[in-house]
Ligand binder design. Structure first.
Ligand SMILES: [Zn+2]
Ligand SMILES: [Zn+2]
Ligand SMILES: [Zn+2]
Ligand SMILES: [Zn+2]
Length: 748
């Protein structure tokens, strides 16, 4: 503790911790039941409250007077968010939880599901990810409450300790003024026990034991001599030498505490299934409450869309429209029955005769609901209409329409099992909405600008035809060298960032516990925030929305095809690379396992999806580095989004990073440098030299970015893709060297 609180201060003033700024050690002086009122709040920025100050964190009470724990307060903002945004929050949350579970299960295959995911993220029966919307509430991070924690105190004079079970308990019997005959100097013990299951416990002297009678754990709050008083000897520099000393018999005990829930689960599991547990799975770690490891907020972000198609077309009732949409986006021949043919066929079918009228009235009700601003209702009417329609196709009453690509139809039926973040069908539907909303519509209101047709804010050449022509020829030339067909600066890309929970001990799904010289993998549990103090059992999801600058790149398709051919990729399509990508795609899997170093045994020959993704991803990183270098935008504050079937990618400023860089200013002052740097052969070399080249040409010293910025775990990356050289790490050693995308032979 920074400051020592004394017992007497504040007592009898009539205030309590809810309204005054008093230190926790004096709580209870007023002898009220404090639970009934809302806890005090602190002013922090919305971003802080949604992350490092989110519920569950332990922190210093304002004014350095003690330790408290943040708790959620209600602030429902569901009504302020559009429907698609809420859908995408849940889609991304489900994705995050699935990925979390996959990673934990991979490292610890026999981990109990409830020790990987908190109850609100999981199906209690199967242990798989299941997220019920009703369990959560979209919450504005404007206010968070604080309650004193931990409620265990130590006298600074003699080391005697005192623990309370609750604030009410402390209110009933406040800390005594005298301790062992002297004036007491109580302070909270600023070390807590944490466990990677997400739990914390005060540093009390009493351990938990399993009680076979009840099948649960209990704490024996007494020494074998009958005394309940312990002193804490904490002068040693390491926790392993701290001791609790019984004030009755002088017995000592080291810091040791089982996490009660984990103990009872693992003990029960051992009794029923025979899986023997080890104490290192159960015993908690003492750490200072200020240590980072006590709290890691968990959050993620996505690009917002108005168009509900990005979510709805992915649902089973809308598969018919999905087929039509893919046909339109990728120029796939599609013979659709005329509406009259469909009607005639349905009305001619005795069992479905009345369907047609129902179908029409659902559609009519949907458009009326839309007009009167009830999108929720509209959507459910539309779903009903489409379910009827799908029923006719399924029953063979009328043909759905024939898509001229068996491969894309196969992809549509298989996509359910694909890892969502690389699912090219989902991404191409998103790209379609992205183009419409964030490029075309944004350009119409000058919120997005094609760099070949700049406006005055991007460059002052605009009003001088000669200088403008020179600008266009220079930039056009550089883009051609880069193999880019189009580069658009998006000024206000809506990014939604949300936090939904936290972890302790480790920020990632696996904690490596060091034990007797070896390290043992432990599953880290993804915890939802505590329940909101409202009716029901809702957990908050803290949502922040902001508009950030972004760069949209689209590659020259003919150049990509030449590059694929030059690298002997098999089966390069001739009728549209986007369609070819969808037809050839096989699930990349959550870990991109097939694209890790296979020690020469990996996949070969080369495939279109792997190589197109490899190219886009490497270029994306190359542009991220170039942007950071030429703009001052924080490297870790740049996100990427890849649309593989559309040969496009976006890099954008994530969140509200505190750096001063901005993309428009970068373009105004350093456009040339930004593009040239990406092409510079020196930037395509790596400081680690041949070591990096031999490993496929990607390492943290060159083209990789931080784990939080990369959407593909820094895999499917290689500088050789751009400059030529040894093939990616997963290929056999006998695979031929790569021809670079920047190679003049490919650039032509
Ligand atoms: Zn004392
Ligand atoms: Zn004793
Ligand atoms: Zn390198
Ligand atoms: Zn990446």
């Amino acid at each position: 503790m920074q400051t020592e609180a004394t017992m007497g201060e504040g007592k009898g003033t009539g205030g309590d911790w809810r309204t005054s700024n008093r230190r926790p050690s004096s709580f209870g002086g007023a002898r009220r039941e404090p639970e009934a009122l809302e806890p005090p709040t602190m002013s922090r920025s919305r971003v802080q409250l949604a992350s490092s100050y989110a519920p569950g964190v332990l922190m210093t009470w304002e004014g350095g007077k003690g330790i408290c724990r943040a708790v959620p307060l209600a602030n429902d903002i569901s009504k302020q968010l559009n429907r698609t945004t809420i859908d995408l929050v849940f889609e991304n949350l489900s994705d995050f939880a699935t990925n979390w579970r996959d990673r934990a299960m991979k490292a610890v295959p026999d981990a109990l599901p409830e020790l990987i995911l908190d109850a609100p993220f999981r199906d209690s029966r199967t242990g798989e990810v299941r997220i019920e919307r009703g369990d959560f509430q979209m919450t504005g991070p404007d206010r968070v409450g604080y309650v004193p924690y931990p409620l265990v105190y130590r006298c600074g004079i003699c080391g005697s300790t005192r623990e309370y079970e609750s604030i009410a308990d402390q209110a009933r019997q406040p800390l005594p003024r005298k301790c062992n005959g002297h004036d007491a100097r109580w302070t909270q013990i600023d070390v807590v026990y944490v466990h990677w299951s997400g739990e914390i416990q005060p540093l009390s002297p009493f351990n938990y034991n399993f009680d076979p009678q009840t099948g649960s754990t209990r704490q024996i709050r007494m020494c074998t001599c009958g005394s309940t008083s312990f002193k804490l000897r904490n002068d040693a520099p390491v926790f392993s030498e701290w001791r609790y000393v019984c004030e009755g018999c002088g017995d000592t005990r080291p810091l040791k505490k089982a996490e009660p829930e984990v103990l009872s689960r693992l003990q029960t599991e051992q009794n029923t299934s025979g899986r023997a547990f080890q104490w290192i799975e159960i015993n908690m770690l003492p750490v200072s409450y200020r240590a980072n490891s006590t709290f890691y907020p968990q959050r993620t972000s996505f690009i917002e869309f108005q168009d509900s198609a990005v979510v709805e077309l992915m649902t089973p009732p809308r598969v018919g429209e999905l087929v039509a949409k893919l046909a339109q986006i990728h120029n796939i021949p599609f013979a659709e029955p005329a509406e009259d043919e469909v009607r005639a066929a349905v009305q001619a079918d005795p069992k479905h005769r009345s369907d047609w009228d129902d179908y029409l009235s659902f559609l009519e009700m949907a458009s009326r609901a839309d007009e009167s601003g009830r999108p929720e209702r509209a959507r459910s009417y539309r779903d009903s209409a489409h379910e009827l329609r799908e029923g006719w196709f399924a029953a063979g009453i009328v043909e759905r329409g024939r898509l001229g690509s068996a491969g894309v139809l196969r992809a549509i039926t298989q996509r359910e099992d694909w890892t969502r973040r690389y699912n090219p069908i989902r991404l191409t539907i998103q790209h379609d909405a992205f183009l419409r909303e964030h490029i075309e519509e944004a350009m119409a209101r000058h919120a997005a600008v094609d760099v070949m047709e700049p406006d005055i804010t991007l460059t002052d050449v605009v009003n001088d035809p000669q200088r403008k022509a020179r600008y266009q020829s220079n930039i056009g030339n550089l883009l051609a060298h880069l193999g880019m067909e189009r580069l658009v600066i998006v000024r206000n890309l809506p990014i939604c960032e949300f936090s939904f929970g936290f972890t302790r001990v480790s920020a990632t799904p696996v904690y490596k516990r060091e034990h007797q010289g070896t390290s043992v993998d432990m599953p880290v549990r993804l915890k939802a925030f505590d329940q909101l103090p409202i009716q029901g059992t809702k957990r908050p999801i803290y949502v922040t929305q902001q508009q950030n600058e972004a760069l949209y790149f689209k590659l020259d398709e003919a150049r990509v095809v030449r590059w694929l051919q030059a690298n002997m990729v098999t089966d390069v399509p001739h009728d549209g690379l986007g369609r070819g990508y969808l037809e050839r795609y096989e699930d990349f899997g959550p870990f991109l396992e097939m694209f890790k170093d296979r020690e020469g045994s990996g996949g070969y020959p080369r495939t279109v999806p792997a190589y197109v993704y490899l190219l886009l991803h490497t270029l994306s990183h190359q542009m991220m580095h170039s942007l950071a270098d030429s703009s001052g935008v924080d490297r870790d504050g740049i996100g990427e989004h890849i649309f593989p079937a559309d040969l496009a990618f976006v890099i954008y400023r994530k969140g509200m990073t505190p750096d001063l860089g901005n993309i428009s200013a970068m373009w105004r002052n350093h456009a040339d440098e930004f593009l040239r740097r990406a092409l510079d052969p020196r930037m395509l070399r790596c400081g680690s030299g041949s070591l990096c080249d031999a490993r496929g040409g990607a390492c943290p010293a060159c083209v990789m970015v931080s784990e939080v910025s990369c959407i593909a775990s820094n895999l499917l990356l290689s500088r050789a893709v751009l400059k030529g050289g040894k093939g990616p790490e997963w290929e056999p050693r006998s695979a031929p060297d790569l021809v670079g995308f920047f190679d003049p032979a490919v650039a032509k």
